[in-house]
Design a protein around this ligand. Structure first.
Ligand SMILES: [Zn+2]
Length: 344
């Protein structure tokens, strides 16, 4: 049951493994490839000369599409369970993922995410390129067990004090499409993976298709900045919008693009290295800092506006303003005409 080509298996726990090189030899370094609850695709079945099944070669969803690791036949049952794919192409039984399923096409879309990353890297303005990199990786937890520390813990070489906590369920930087995890430490300790990390913060979670849509949104906005550089616009249009927007580029709101906090234009001239505060001029902002990295929530806004928002949601700030008005009649009087005009 666990051996058919192209079948999907679900990892029962996170453990580091050594991947294969292009030539098929085993790499020296361990990597976090097998992650609890994550589907893997069977890329190759291995048989010996007598035709006996020896194991298989897998590609984990949370690795790059070309990454491979080998699992021996006798390990399969302990580490994996088979996943069912329904007739619409959804991989089912993924309890760690929202709705318990992922469309199998998400495996292929990882290559598009890699392609987009390469396009971002070639943007001549290194500051903007670095900001766009946020689209691709999680910030993560620095408390996560590193692979050497994990191996020491498992071998008994690392001893913990009775009061010492070790590890964290959240990876320190990994693919956004690791399972979204929000569990107390005690639950993590009881998980089969402990102390290996198992996922990303829910607000960092994004499937490859969702990352693509956010990348399209953000690059579309860049093309609409006031004074946007013609060459950069053409580059983003050709390499991202024309390829991944599915016609959405044509529906872009005519520019110039405005910051959603202050409604003032974003001026591409202020993003240039010569501009004295170019690094802080714009940021990728979140309308709700606890919501996900999706087009509805992310936009290019002024760095100053982002700092004014200060980690609160837009609605938090609206509530603050309402409270101040409600309990300070002098403000209410001062702003009554402006409020009436807003409501008119
Ligand atoms: Zn602004």
């Amino acid at each position: 049951m666990l051996r058919r080509m192209n079948q999907f298996l679900i990892s029962k726990k996170s453990i580091p493994r050594k991947c294969l090189t292009v030539k098929g030899t085993v790499k020296a370094e361990y990597e976090w490839v097998q992650i609890e609850g994550v589907p893997c695709q069977v890329m190759e079945e291995i048989y010996n000369d007598d035709g006996e099944y020896q194991g298989c070669i897998l590609n984990s969803f949370t690795s790059n599409p070309e990454s491979r690791f080998k699992v021996a036949a006798e390990e399969l049952e302990e580490h994996f369970e088979p996943a069912v794919v329904n007739k619409e192409g959804f991989i089912l039984g993924l309890q760690k993922y929202p709705g318990g399923k992922i469309h199998s096409s998400e495996f292929l879309k990882r290559a598009d995410v890699q392609q987009i990353a390469a396009v971002f890297k070639r943007i001549p303005n290194k500051d903007l390129a670095a900001k766009l990199e946020q689209t691709l990786v999680t910030q993560g937890s620095t408390h996560a067990a590193t692979i050497p520390a994990y191996l020491d813990y498992m071998s008994g070489a690392k001893k913990l004090k009775s009061t010492e906590n070790f590890g964290d369920p959240i990876f320190n930087r990994h693919k956004r499409w690791c399972p979204p995890i929000d569990i107390p430490f005690e639950e993590f300790k009881a998980s089969p993976s402990y102390p290996a990390p198992i996922g990303v913060r829910p607000k960092d979670f994004c499937l490859p298709s969702e990352i693509i849509s956010s990348a399209v949104e953000l690059t579309g906005q860049m093309c609409q900045f006031l004074n946007s550089d013609a060459e950069l616009t053409k580059y983003l249009q050709t390499n991202i919008l024309d390829v991944y927007s599915g016609g959405a580029a044509a529906a872009l709101v005519p520019g110039p693009f405005c910051c959603k906090w202050c409604n003032k234009v974003i001026d591409a001239n202020c993003c240039k290295a010569e501009y004295k505060s170019a690094t802080n001029y714009i940021e990728i902002c979140h309308r709700d800092p606890n919501d996900r990295f999706l087009p509805r929530n992310v936009y290019w806004g002024h760095g100053d506006c982002n700092r004014r928002q200060g980690g609160y949601t837009e609605e938090d700030r609206i509530q603050d303003a309402m409270t101040l008005l409600k309990y300070n009649p002098e403000y209410m009087k001062k702003y009554a005409a402006e409020l009436a005009a807003l409501l008119a």
